[in-house]
Design a protein around this ligand. Structure first.
Ligand code: ATP
Length: 373
């Protein structure tokens, strides 16, 4: 996947701005507050239906404006037929007041999820170490995003599970346990068991891409093990039994305490002394390996790389670590966006082909070429 055009209107500080990125590495520089992150945020918004700067979509609309627009055009390889054939796709998103509307390839989309399914972007930003050190929700969302893009059957399963969970929780809250609680528990189990299995298999596959990647970019961290936690004692009993067993407690609490919605996964570092206390830089490298490993898995499973967006890559990583990450990125066939107030120091050491952009005064222009090593 390669984004060939990004247009923003009345988005954050931009009145109207356009970016025509290239394949491979794109570096976007600019002073603090110039709007570099906002450019990546707009791509992320199109690909996820939300910003990476929190759940709330408020604040995206330029001060004083009544609507915003994001337009993305990209090229992707057509999976069947001639391997060299590509198609151009276009997606638009408009937000006015409370309403969001989307268009994909000239057609109105019924739900923003259709845009998310079409455009695959993985984002890494200074808060991404939450994937390692933050709440389980970050890690579940990460797994589910990957599965959503590589397995068509995952989304219907996930929706079925979410619906049954909502129903069971509503019954628990109202105390009306005779109104079909058992049927909803069966439904939860029927959707939750395969959902959980898919997550586990996906995590096992990720271990194969992530472990060598982390070993390459941060060799000091040693071996890793990804450990899946299903959200109930799956080794001891099926989900339906676990729900039955938790029923009394759940009635008291008014919500469902077991199931894949409480699942999690962990990265273990068996060889690392003090492994519970990764430094911020180490946590950042680990989260970066998780995100890039997911991109590599996506490329393997789908035959095309997602777009990789790395906000402020240089911060908290020393020169050598930056260099290793950049070399890996340059060897991949992915389109990559990197932002920074300056070119990352690790980039200057390498003889890489980088397209340069500079954001200033609400505009994007071509940036100065990198100094050669
Ligand atoms: N809704 C809005 N309307 C107008 N300006 C906004 C809005 N939201 C954010 N801004 C401005 O946009 C800028 C933030 O942009 P962004 O975070 O993309 O900058 P950046 O170049 O990534 O900065 P840094 O290098 O400091 O991370 C700030 O100057 C902020 O005041």
């Amino acid at each position: 996947m390669q984004i060939t055009r990004l247009d923003l209107r009345r988005f954050r500080r931009f009145d109207e701005v356009s970016l025509a990125p290239h394949s491979g590495l794109n570096l976007i520089t600019g002073e603090n507050g110039a709007g570099k992150t906002s450019l990546l945020e707009a791509m992320h918004l199109m690909a996820y239906g939300r910003s990476f700067r929190g759940r709330v979509r408020d604040g995206l609309l330029k001060d004083g404006a009544t609507d915003l627009e994001v337009f993305v055009e990209w090229r992707e390889r057509v999976s069947s037929g001639d391997p060299a054939s590509v198609r151009v796709r276009k997606a638009g998103l408009r937000h006015s007041g409370q309403d969001w509307t989307g268009r994909l390839d000239g057609e109105h989309v019924a739900q923003l999820g259709d845009l998310c399914a079409a455009l695959a972007v993985v984002s890494f930003e200074p808060g991404s170490h939450a994937l390692v050190t933050g709440s389980a929700e970050n890690r579940r969302r990460y797994l589910d995003w990957g599965l959503f893009h590589v397995e068509h059957e995952f989304m219907p399963l996930w929706r079925r599970y979410a619906r049954a969970l909502k129903q069971r929780n509503a019954l628990l809250k109202s105390g009306r346990i005779r109104d079909g609680l058992e049927a909803w528990e069966r439904e939860l189990a029927e959707a939750g068991e395969p959902l959980s299995r898919r997550r586990q298999l996906y995590l096992e596959a990720l271990q194969d891409t992530m472990a060598p990647l982390l070993d390459r970019i941060a060799p000091g961290l040693g071996r890793i093990d990804l450990e899946y936690q299903p959200g109930w004692r799956r080794d001891a009993m099926p989900l339906e039994d676990a729900l039955l067993l938790a029923r009394e407690r759940d009635l008291q609490a008014g919500y469902t305490s077991v199931g894949p919605h409480r699942g999690d996964w962990r990265i273990q570092f068996p060889g690392l002394p003090g492994r519970e206390a990764l430094s911020r830089g180490q946590a950042k490298l680990t989260a970066l390996a998780a995100i890039l490993g997911q991109a590599a898995h996506h490329a393997h499973a789908r035959g095309a790389w997602p777009v990789i967006a790395l906000d402020d890559l240089g911060s908290e990583l020393d020169r050598a670590h930056q260099g290793r990450v950049l070399e890996w990125l340059a060897e991949s066939a992915a389109q990559v966006f990197i932002t920074g107030t300056e070119p990352p120091v690790g980039m200057v050491d390498l003889d890489l082909d980088v397209s340069m952009f500079h954001v200033e005064h609400g505009r994007v222009r071509d940036g100065a070429p990198l100094p050669r090593p």
